[in-house]
Structures are given as structure tokens and as C-alpha cells.
Design a binder for this molecule. Structure first.
Ligand SMILES: NC(=O)c1ccc[n+]([C@@H]2O[C@H](COP(=O)([O-])OP(=O)(O)OC[C@H]3O[C@@H](n4cnc5c(N)ncnc54)[C@H](O)[C@@H]3O)[C@@H](O)[C@H]2O)c1
Length: 280
């Protein structure tokens, strides 16, 4: 069991929503936290608010979909705190577009922020965590959309990728003293539906990444998010998960039946061919 008090954490997408909830909960539990985000104003406000409670926190700007910027943020963290124990790859965007709407740019954006930043986070911070020999934890934010695919194909594909990465690396990193947890939130009250605010300039022209205003899916998601779980509660769960090395972190059981249905469909696929003799 790891005590987060006194440890150093690096949290991406920490200026808003779930990332801010995680950074706040870690700081309240006595961890030093480097908050990383693409949005300067929101980051400054988050760091200033946390500092008022005497938390040992700092902020660093990075577009995590650019490896060099994530590396620079890691360098700044080591310069400030000396070592890192906890990496939270949380930054993410709701986007990608549906069938008939997606573009190369919308795929590049959602894959870059939601998936490649996690790959690079692990690549950059894994050796830093290993190097001090005190052990640590990596938490990757996926989604329930990483376990049950719904109507946003780009988003789902990246979140399934984050679940797969986390499950595989959990086995590979355990002998190196690093636990890996995957956070699969249900609906959480955040600004995810305003992800367009963070489309980098290089994807100029990328509009309405998730769904159009008149799309019934958007209206349903808007209501679900407005009535969603408190991000600070999610942060507190993540602290508990880090201390106890939970493999999966869920925020409520709303999607459990959907996961059961998916596993039942997979099982039915095996049942269909079980008695056949494969041609070799
Ligand atoms: N809100 C939900 O219901 C929900 C459900 C499942 C999963 N998630 C996941 O939770 C994570 C956090 O999202 P949220 O809901 O808190 O949304 P949010 O929009 O409130 O917060 C996302 C944060 O990520 C930052 N960000 C966006 N692009 C970035 C980039 N390129 N580089 C660095 N930072 C960047 C934003 O500035 C913002 O501070 C995401 O990975 C999201 O997919 C959210």
C-alpha cells in the first residue's frame, strides 16, 4: 500500500473537471502536485485556488498531444520537485465525429490527446518513477466508452486503446515497482462537451467535434453530464485507488449492465464455434 502524502504527482488536464478533482484530492491528501494543462487562464486559476489552502502545487503548460511539450513539462516537474511518484494521464477531449462526419484532422486530434499522450506519458515518466526506487502509480483516464462502445467512434477507439494499454502495462510494470490503474468514469459533471475550446491551431477548421447542436445524442449527453458525478468525488476515489493499486476505477455502477451485455455477446461468439473442428 502506498501513502500519497509526501509523494509527487503529475496530472494532465488538471485545470478543469476530473483532472482538477484528482489534483485537488491528491493535494488535500498531502501530495505535491504538478498540474499540467493546455489552457493557461484556467490553469493559473486552479493553481492559485489550491495554493490558498497551502497545498504544494505548481502549474505547467503543455499540449500533451505534442511529445516535446510533454517532455518539457516532465523536465519542469523534475526541476521543481526532484522526483515523481504518481502520473495521471487524464487530459482528454470529446471529439472525433460520427460516421460520415469525421475527418483526418478530427481523428488526429482525438487520437493525439486521448491516446498518444498516454503512450508518451508512460514512456517519459515510467523511467523517472523507476529511477528513484520508491515505487509509484500510473493512472490512465479512459472512460466507460473504453469498455462499451456507443456512438462516438473516434472517442471509443481511443478509450478502448487506453484500457488495453493499461491492462497490458499493469503486468509489465509491476515487477518494476509501478502499479497501473485505469479510470473508467461514467458521467461526470465537467466541461467535456466544450472540448472544442482546446482544438489546437494546427487543426483549424475542426468544428463540432462531438456532435451537432441538433443531434439528439448531444442533448442526451448534455443532460447526463449536467446530472453527473462530482469531479472531486472522482478525485477521492482515484486517491484511494492509488493507495491500494486498484486495476479498474469506476465512478458508479450505471454501465455495469452494458458491460455484461458486451461480455455476453463475446461469449456467444465462442459458443457459436465451440463444437466445430477448425480447418488447419
Ligand atoms: N466528463 C465525463 O463524463 C467523462 C466520462 C468518461 C471519461 N472522461 C474523461 O475524463 C478526462 C477529463 O475530461 P473532463 O470530463 O474532466 O473534461 P474537461 O474538459 O472538464 O477537462 C479536460 C481538461 O483537459 C485539458 N486538455 C484538453 N486538451 C488538452 C491538451 N491537448 N493538452 C493538455 N491538456 C488538454 C483541458 O484544458 C481541460 O482542462 C478525459 O480523458 C475524458 O475523456 C470524462
Amino acid at each position: 500500500m502506498m501513502d500519497v502524502a509526501g509523494k509527487t504527482a503529475f496530472v494532465t488536464g488538471a485545470a478543469s473537471g476530473i483532472g482538477l478533482g484528482i489534483a485537488t484530492a491528491l493535494a488535500q491528501a498531502g501530495a505535491k502536485v504538478m498540474l499540467c494543462d493546455i489552457e493557461q487562464e484556467a490553469l493559473d486559476a486552479a493553481v492559485a485556488a489550491l495554493k490558498k489552502s497551502n497545498a504544494d502545487v505548481e502549474g505547467v503548460i503543455a499540449d500533451v498531444s505534442l511529445k516535446a511539450q510533454l517532455q518539457a513539462a516532465a523536465d519542469a516537474t523534475i526541476a521543481r520537485y526532484g522526483r515523481v511518484h504518481i502520473l495521471v494521464n487524464n487530459a482528454g477531449v470529446g471529439g472525433g465525429g460520427g460516421y460520415g462526419e469525421w475527418t483526418d484532422a478530427s481523428w488526429d486530434w482525438v487520437i493525439g490527446v486521448n491516446l498518444m499522450s498516454v503512450v508518451w506519458g508512460i514512456e517519459i515518466f515510467g523511467p523517472l518513477i523507476e529511477s528513484h526506487g520508491e515505487g509509484g502509480q500510473i493512472v490512465n483516464t479512459a472512460s466507460m466508452a473504453g469498455l462499451v462502445a456507443a456512438v462516438a467512434p473516434g472517442y471509443n477507439a481511443t478509450k478502448y486503446g487506453v484500457v488495453a494499454l493499461s491492462e497490458g502495462l499493469r503486468m509489465a510494470l509491476a515487477p518494476r515497482g509501478i502499479g497501473v490503474s485505469v479510470l473508467c468514469p461514467g458521467w461526470v459533471r465537467t466541461r467535456i462537451l466544450e472540448s472544442e475550446r482546446n482544438v489546437p491551431d494546427r487543426y483549424a477548421g475542426l468544428e463540432r467535434p462531438l456532435a451537432k447542436d441538433d443531434d439528439p445524442f448531444r442533448a442526451m449527453v448534455e443532460t447526463a453530464i449536467k446530472e453527473g458525478v462530482d469531479p472531486l468525488y472522482v478525485g477521492e476515489l482515484v486517491c484511494e485507488a492509488i493507495e491500494n493499486d486498484w486495476p479498474y476505477i469506476f465512478t458508479d455502477a450505471m454501465f455495469e449492465a452494458g458491460v455484461d451485455m458486451r461480455f455476453a455477446a463475446i461469449k456467444a461468439g465462442f459458443d457459436r464455434i465451440r463444437d466445430r473442428v477448425p480447418r488447419r
